[in-house]
Write a protein that binds this ligand. Structure first.
Ligand SMILES: Nc1ncnc2c1ncn2[C@@H]1O[C@H](COP(=O)(O)OP(=O)(O)OP(=O)(O)O)[C@@H](O)[C@H]1O
Ligand SMILES: [Mg+2]
Length: 268
């Protein structure tokens, strides 16, 4: 994959951390919606059986709709299942929805060659500037397939010591993927979701991330912190991006700023 180019082959970004409930899906939905508002063509691929990106972008999957499950299990290794699975949301973002069946793949693996199936299908997909893959909270077969297909990893964290440990372990997983599946993969972006800056611990975590990731010259980027606000949960329950539910709230502004940074980086 290459950066945004005339042929429309987009940057593929896996949104990952093997810890649950840290804000991966919230970030996927809201960065996607904000990048679409910046006139970028955005596809979300939801590979988490919980299907929260799918529901959060207002999509209800019908019984006959192909999903990420079909994409990850199709042995033709062509673009067909991916193209067939894409649906349009109301928010200027396209999505390959998730299905509960993905659970089987997380448990049983993807079979021979399966790890590269998504990568192969994405390889010549045109028409998008950014493709986000919302990963489940595990470093299993599905996250590995996403990392095999991605150009970059965006690590989403809460500001606690467990999440910092998880970031270190994510780094090791990326190193493993670099060896066998995807040499160019790097954690290139970090974002603090659901930030409550009133504890010393949270402030220290933020300061550490700024130190390690704030220097854009190193090729990475700290995309900022999203303040904790009840508006985010309300938006999730309404199944709309925060910019639709509460466009002036602190989290909406922070996601907008993060999207501007990311768009600059992608377009550079
Ligand atoms: N800035 C925020 N303010 C308030 N609540 C938030 C914020 N960010 C995320 N949340 C809430 O935290 C919960 C977990 O978020 P989310 O589903 O995005 O995490 P996740 O990492 O995708 O979880 P999983 O690992 O289960 O996929 C959700 O209820 C979400 O609404
Ligand atoms: Mg999630």
């Amino acid at each position: 994959m290459t950066a945004q180019s005339d042929d429309g082959i987009g940057r593929v970004i896996a949104i990952a951390l093997q810890k649950g409930g840290v804000g991966k899906t919230t970030t996927t939905i809201n960065l996607a919606a904000e990048l679409a508002r910046l006139d970028m063509r955005v596809l979300v691929i939801d590979i988490d059986q919980q299907a929260h990106s799918t529901s959060g972008l207002g999509i209800t999957v019908g019984p006959d709709d192909p999903t990420a499950f079909e994409v990850l299990t199709d042995e033709r290794n062509q673009r067909v299942p991916l193209l067939e699975a894409i649906q349009k949301t109301e928010f200027g973002v396209d999505i390959v929805p998730a299905a509960l069946a993905l659970r089987q793949l997380e448990k049983g693996g993807l079979g021979p060659g399966g790890q590269l199936r998504l990568a192969k299908q994405l390889d010549d997909l045109t028409g998008y500037d950014v493709i986000f893959i919302d990963c489940p909270p595990a470093l299993g077969a599905l996250t590995e397939a996403a990392m095999a297909a991605a150009d970059d990893v965006l690590a989403v964290l809460e500001a606690g010591p467990d999440e910092v440990d998880a970031l270190v372990r994510l780094g090791s997983a990326v190193a493993d993927v670099q060896e066998g599946l995807n040499e160019a993969l790097e954690i290139r972006y970090v974002l603090l979701a659901d930030y409550e800056g009133n504890t010393k611990t949270a402030q220290n975590v933020r300061a550490g991330l700024l130190q390690d990731w704030g220097a854009w010259s190193a090729g990475g980027a700290y995309l900022g912190e999203i303040p904790h606000t009840v508006r985010v949960r309300e938006a999730k329950d309404k199944r709309v991006p925060i910019a639709v539910h509460a466009p002036t709230c602190s989290a909406a502004v922070a996601y907008r700023d993060a999207a501007v940074l990311l768009a600059e980086r992608i377009r550079a």
